[in-house]
Design a binder for this molecule. Structure first.
Ligand SMILES: Cc1cc2nc3c(=O)[nH]c(=O)nc-3n(C[C@H](O)[C@H](O)[C@H](O)COP(=O)(O)OP(=O)(O)OC[C@H]3O[C@@H](n4cnc5c(N)ncnc54)[C@H](O)[C@@H]3O)c2cc1C
Ligand code: FES
Ligand code: FES
Length: 490
């Protein structure tokens, strides 16, 4: 059980804000991948939670009539990386958030949570700084009317773990004005000790606009994560590059000049000296990568314009609802919750405790002990199950969130004649199992891969299973098994 004092789940923005008026110290919870860990670690034990994950107005990625990009704060890293508006207009951000955690985490972690937890290492941070994103913070006034305040991301971070949001406010929109992204090319480089499941030792984003003939830098923006207590820009270095010829010399200079504007610290991950060296090198490499992309785009006849219907279709999504509800809601009096969902193809009705993780519910109430608990903090992947076809770490996913969803565990993979699934069989054939503790989780991720019907290279498969730790088999046999299963007809 998580040490949660009370929990409510809001269905509309107004409802969420009314809950907050009733209990100002309560915390918003979206994907929970930061908050539940802090509760588990005791830092936020006893918290009151207001879940905002089901509020439709705060989801989705849209273009408005002026072609400003609006990103709902509940958009997960996975949704952002796969979104066509992001891919065609600000691919920098999609690529940055695609480097966060592992696949299971990217299915639950939201961009709103990533910003609002105030971490300097947030993978969206440096990119949103160079995009000069604008944040919309909403609250209810005394008459119950919605009041929106806009804040530039550059002034949102106050210090480690602290952002400029009042207790009665909630982040409802992140938007990138068209003039801030049009004709820019960007690159984010994350340096971390592992390629997955590790936060940045240093993150660096460069965003640049060049003259038509690519002979001059017209504007460049440079931002870092983990080069100080909050993400930060380097305005003097940026200014010095305007008018220079893009290339080796200019971007080396960008890196050198940036050193005077950052202040990284020593930590167990890396020394200050190493971070300074990284900062210089990553600015250079990221700058060159922007220029290389600009050259490629120019050589191929310009950027693909977004299809006109893309803007039209996506614009239609509703904006924030303005109407306030009359009655102030009760708070946190629904500790046990009767929930219907489908588990391994069977409809299930179960009473869950609001503090219970899905892993605990599946193991303790339904006896599905293939769901292993290794770390219990989202790091090892042993508890992976599929929720509506997507892999998640069920140890940091509240059971309550599975309401109305389809859950699949390894127990549900056997066929009508009790035969093993092709993934299970492939794990046996390729000797991809020793103690077996990590195996059910890996099998679920492999099942998601196979069910996608897509073909992947071995490198891509390696990345797709990077949210799992195995301490005895080694990854070669596991990869062989996944590759074998993914190449077979179902
Ligand atoms: C194993 C593991 C690996 C990770 N790796 C990375 C990584 O590589 N890179 C990285 O950047 N992060 C990483 N994280 C951190 C985390 O996944 C991200 O910060 C994620 O984006 C948090 O989003 P969430 O929706 O889960 O936030 P939650 O935990 O729900 O919330 C986080 C904070 O934001 C507040 N909040 C959430 N939404 C709003 C809103 N709309 N308005 C106001 N406040 C809000 C909450 O009150 C809370 O204080 C990792 C976490 C884990 C567990
Ligand atoms: S990730 Fe859930 S038990 Fe380790
Ligand atoms: S088989 Fe033992 S941890 Fe993977």
């Amino acid at each position: 059980m998580f040490a949660i004092n009370s929990y409510v789940q809001a269905k509309t923005l107004t409802e969420a804000l009314r809950y907050k008026q009733a209990k100002p110290k309560a915390r918003w919870i979206a994907g929970g991948s930061d908050l539940l860990i802090q509760i588990r670690e005791g830092k936020l034990a006893g918290a009151d939670l207001i879940a905002i994950r089901d509020i439709p107005e705060m989801s989705g990625i849209t273009l408005d009539e002026e072609e400003n990009i609006h990103i709902g704060p509940l958009s997960t890293f996975g949704q952002i990386a796969a979104n066509p508006i992001i891919q065609s207009r600000i691919p920098l951000l999609g690529r940055a958030v695609d480097q966060a955690g592992g696949p299971q985490l990217r299915n639950v972690g939201t961009i709103g949570g990533n910003i609002c937890n105030g971490a300097t290492s947030a993978d969206s941070g440096a990119s949103l700084f160079v995009l000069e994103a604008v944040l919309v913070l909403s609250r209810l006034d005394q008459e119950g009317q919605l009041v929106n305040e806009e804040k530039e991301i550059g002034s949102f971070y106050l210090g480690p773990g602290r952002v400029d949001i009042a207790p009665d406010q909630i982040l409802t929109d992140i938007y990138i004005p068209k003039e801030k992204y049009q004709n820019f090319f960007g690159h984010y480089t994350k340096y971390s000790m592992r390629n997955a499941m590790d936060i940045a030792t240093l993150g660096c984003a460069v965003y640049a606009r060049f003259s038509d003939d690519l002979s001059r830098i017209e504007e460049v923006r440079l931002a870092y994560g983990v080069a100080g207590p909050t993400p930060s820009r380097c305005p003097a270095a940026e200014k010095a590059l305007v008018g220079m010829q893009p290339g080796d010399e200019a971007f080396r200079q960008l890196g050198r000049l940036a050193l005077a504007e950052i202040n990284p610290r020593d930590s167990w991950r890396a020394s200050r000296a190493f971070r300074l060296q990284l900062a210089e090198e990553l600015a250079y490499r990221s700058g060159l990568a922007c220029f290389e992309e600009a050259r490629l785009v120019k050589a191929s006849g310009g950027r693909q314009a977004a299809a006109p219907q893309e803007a039209a279709a996506l614009k239609a999504e509703p904006g924030l609802k303005q109407e306030a509800e009359q009655a102030a809601p009760g708070f946190g009096d629904e500790r046990r919750w009767f929930m219907s969902c489908t588990v391994n193809g069977r409809p299930v009705e179960v009473a869950v405790d609001n503090r219970e993780s899905l892993a605990d519910m599946l193991r303790n109430q339904l006896g599905l002990t293939s769901v292993k608990k290794g770390c219990d903090v989202g790091e090892c992947g042993a508890c992976t199950v599929l929720v509506d076809g997507k892999s998640i770490d069920s140890c940091i996913y509240l059971a309550r969130w599975a309401e109305g969803k389809h859950i699949l565990t390894t127990e549900g993979l056997r066929g009508a004649e009790n035969e093993l699934s092709i993934v299970q069989q492939a794990f046996i054939d390729e000797a991809a199992v020793q103690c077996g503790f990590c195996t059910p989780g890996l099998i679920m991720t492999a099942t998601e891969i196979v069910d996608s019907g897509r073909l992947y290279s071995r490198e891509e498969l390696r990345r797709l299973i990077s949210g799992h730790l195995c301490r005895c088999t080694g990854y070669q046999n596991i990869l062989n098994a996944v590759e074998k299963a993914a190449g077979l007809e179902k």
